[in-house]
Structure formats: structure tokens, C-alpha cells
Ligand binder design. Structure first.
Ligand SMILES: Nc1ncnc2c1ncn2[C@@H]1O[C@H](COP(=O)(O)OP(=O)(O)O)[C@@H](O)[C@H]1O
Ligand SMILES: N[C@@H](CCC(=O)OP(=O)(O)O)C(=O)O
Length: 371
């Protein structure tokens, strides 16, 4: 199946690839690492979501592995020890820097942490670094869990505005029934609509190390395509799967959103998010945003209307004397009270008010939809 030309992908690799026999191994990770390196050479960006911390922990702490995985703190200790081994072992496969981000559902629900995670990822990509993400298994309880890395990867894809979500597993796609139980199961090339009949095809995990099986992969695809992100599920054990992706083709199962990605994103921003306030901008900012596709900086803001929180959607309006023109809608990286203080200011002055670590971008161009 031919895909669109993708530029930024979240690649999720399951425990079945990272630790095929329940312990950390390079057997499939060498091929995965080669794919990441080649994609980067093609000027594509990759964010890796890697499972395998608990499996790696079993090697690091064999005694705990025997008894510890039966209770929560034991599993969490295995994940803590294993995560360090996991990240080190990925780092040795690359000649570019890697960075680790451990996220929880709470981080994705809290607006400030969500924006922080997004900004950190953007910085890492700009610095040519490979972000490697996992769930922060060592501290979470059930209520705060995303629970599986398929859904976590879909959240990350949406957070960083990826145009492709690749779910690498030990199987070459979604079958119409559990292939391990039914020898006549047939692989599906492309899913147009995700409904109950698609979920009914999915069985549980294939290995002891895996979590969720196809169920969570379909959930992830559903979450991603709602945001206009094409999702593919395929075998991370096969070099052909990765080769094809480098040529914008999918040899597994693809889930393709209707319409193009910008349309879906635009639709999501425009129709699913209610504007909580207004940011009025000057003529210079209007031109920069409209003509040059720039991000909105505080220096171009003349006034703020309404009360809103960090991450809320706001209308961006050019006010020209008595007349005003709606430029678009975007996600604000600051709340309205901080914006009241930093509007019209330049970078140095902003740092004195918002702190040296504060971003000086109010609405990133990726988060702005022009009307
Ligand atoms: N309909 C299906 N199509 C394909 N695989 C399925 C299906 N139902 C269940 N599975 C199982 O899901 C497994 C992949 O999920 P999982 O074991 O959680 O792996 P991972 O570690 O890659 O997330 C497959 O190996 C297969 O045994
Ligand atoms: N966060 C866990 C993996 C969770 C998970 O979703 O596993 P998998 O189904 O193998 O991708 C770990 O690192 O062990």
C-alpha cells in the first residue's frame, strides 16, 4: 500500500521485538536501529517509543525477577533497573545522541506538563537527537497509567504532530482473527473504518512480554487517525517492512485517515476546541504569521481578552485601528494572566517575568490554523 510522503514518525517497538525471549536482545533492534538511522539520513524525524523496561529488568535483577514480578513494587523496581539498561543499550546502537522521556497519563492530562513535554520533544528534534520514550512504569498506579505503549505512542504522535505512527510488532499486521489460534486467519492490508467488527478481530498479546495484543494497537490507530495521523502495523522483525517505509510504502496493515492530515488537524482545532479567549496582534505579527508561517511571539501581541489556561485554544485577531480581522485559531503556550504581563515584550524582558526557562513562543506555528 502506497503511503503519503511522511516526514515525522513515531515508531513504537513492542517487548516482542526488544526482548523476544523475555530478555533484552539486539536480534531485531539492529534492524530497527538501521531503519532509524536511514530515515534520519533522508531528513525524516523519528521519535522512538520503546517497550522492554520490565523485560530488561529481569536480566539486571535476576533474583527480584523470580519473585518480584508478582507484586506492584517488585515490577516497578524491575522497570526502574531495566529502563536504565534499555536506554543504554539503545544508545550504543547509534552514532547520534539519544534522550529519554518517561511519561504517564497524568503528564498527558495536565496542560502545563503536556506543553512542556511537547516543547522538550521539539527541542530534542531540533538538536538532532533521538527521543526515546517509555511509560514511567516505576511510579505509576493503575489510575495514572496509559497502560500500554501502543496508546502511549498514539498520544505522543498527536502531541508532536507526527504524520505517521508506526507500530512494530512480532506480527506483520492485523489479521481477521487471532493468527496464533486460527491457521486460516488472513491479513488485512488496509482498514478504512474502525468499528466493532475490527475490534472483534483482535485477540490478546502473543507473548508473555507483550501487553494488550492487537486490541491496544487498534485503539492507538483509532486515536491517531482522529488526528489525521496515518497508522501502520507491521513486523519489526522484517527488513522489508522497514525498507518499504523508507519508500513510503506499507507492507503491513495501514489505517488511513479520510482527507489529508492538515484538514483533519484543522478540523480538530477548529471544531473540537472551543476558543477560550482572544489574542490581538499587530500588523508585523499578522504578516509574519500569514505570509511567513512564523510562530506568534509576545512582541507582536497588543492585547489579551478573556481568561484562559496554558494549552487552551484562542482566537488570533489583527486589530487595525477600529477594524479587526480574524487570522485564525491556535493553542496558547501561556495562560492569559502571564500573557497580560509579557505582551509586547522582547525575549530578555520575558525571561525576567516568566523565568529564564520559559519559552518565548506564544503559539507555535504547528498549533495555529489560519482561517
Ligand atoms: N487479529 C490479530 N491479528 C494479529 N495479531 C493478533 C491478533 N489477535 C491477537 N494477536 C496477537 O497480538 C500479538 C502482538 O501483540 P503483543 O504480543 O502485545 O506484542 P507487542 O509486544 O509488539 O506489543 C501478535 O503476536 C498476535 O499473537
Ligand atoms: N512500559 C512497559 C511496556 C508496556 C507495553 O505496552 O508493552 P508492549 O505491548 O510489549 O509494547 C515496559 O517497558 O516494560
Amino acid at each position: 500500500m502506497q503511503l503519503h510522503h511522511w516526514r515525522r514518525a513515531v515508531l513504537k517497538v513492542g517487548s516482542s521485538l526488544v526482548a523476544p525471549e523475555g530478555v533484552l536482545s539486539t536480534r531485531y533492534r539492529l534492524g530497527i536501529a538501521r531503519f532509524i538511522a536511514e530515515a534520519r539520513l533522508q531528513q525524516r524525524e523519528i521519535i522512538l517509543v520503546s517497550s522492554g523496561a520490565v523485560a530488561a529488568g529481569r536480566t539486571v535483577l535476576p533474583t527480584l525477577a523470580e519473585h518480584g514480578r508478582k507484586y506492584l513494587s517488585g515490577k516497578q523496581a524491575l522497570a526502574a533497573a531495566g529502563q536504565a539498561r534499555l536506554i543504554m543499550s539503545w544508545a550504543t546502537l547509534f552514532d547520534f545522541p539519544v534522550a529519554q522521556l518517561l511519561l504517564t497519563a497524568a503528564d498527558l492530562q495536565d496542560r502545563q506538563r503536556y506543553v512542556n513535554a511537547k516543547n522538550t520533544l521539539r527541542e530534542l528534534l531540533n538538536a538532532d537527537c533521538l527521543p526515546i520514550i517509555n511509560e514511567n512504569d516505576s511510579i505509576i498506579t493503575d489510575e495514572l497509567k496509559v497502560g500500554d505503549n501502543d496508546n502511549l505512542a498514539a498520544h505522543v504522535a498527536s502531541l508532536i504532530d507526527a504524520d505517521l505512527l508506526i507500530i512494530g510488532s512480532d506480527i506483520d499486521g492485523l489479521y481477521d482473527k487471532h493468527p496464533g489460534k486460527f491457521p486460516d486467519a488472513k491479513r488485512i492490508d488496509c482498514v478504512d473504518v474502525i468499528d466493532a467488527s475490527i475490534y472483534a478481530m483482535a485477540g490478546g498479546a502473543g507473548t508473555v512480554a507483550g501487553t494488550g495484543g492487537m486490541q491496544t494497537k487498534i485503539q492507538a490507530a483509532e486515536r491517531a487517525i482522529k488526528r489525521g495521523i496515518t497508522t501502520v502495523i507491521g513486523s519489526g522483525q522484517k527488513t522489508e517492512f522497514f525498507h518499504a517505509l523508507l519508500e513510503d510504502r506499507c507492507l503491513g496493515t495501514s489505517f488511513v485517515p479520510k482527507g489529508d492530515r492538515q484538514t483533519a488537524r484543522k478540523h480538530w482545532l477548529q471544531h473540537n476546541l472551543k476558543s477560550q479567549g482572544k489574542i490581538l496582534i499587530d500588523a508585523g505579527a499578522f504578516t509574519a504569521l500569514r505570509e511567513r508561517g512564523a510562530s506568534l511571539l509576545p512582541s507582536g501581541i497588543t492585547a489579551i481578552e478573556g481568561e484562559f489556561e496554558t494549552g487552551d485554544a484562542v482566537d488570533v485577531i489583527w486589530q487595525n485601528g477600529e477594524q479587526s480581522q480574524l487570522l485564525g485559531k491556535g493553542l496558547s503556550q501561556f495562560d492569559s494572566s502571564m500573557l497580560q504581563q509579557i505582551k509586547g515584550l522582547r525575549r530578555d524582558a520575558i525571561a525576567a517575568i516568566a523565568g529564564v526557562n520559559a519559552s518565548d513562543v506564544v503559539i507555535h506555528r504547528d498549533d495555529l490554523v489560519l482561517t
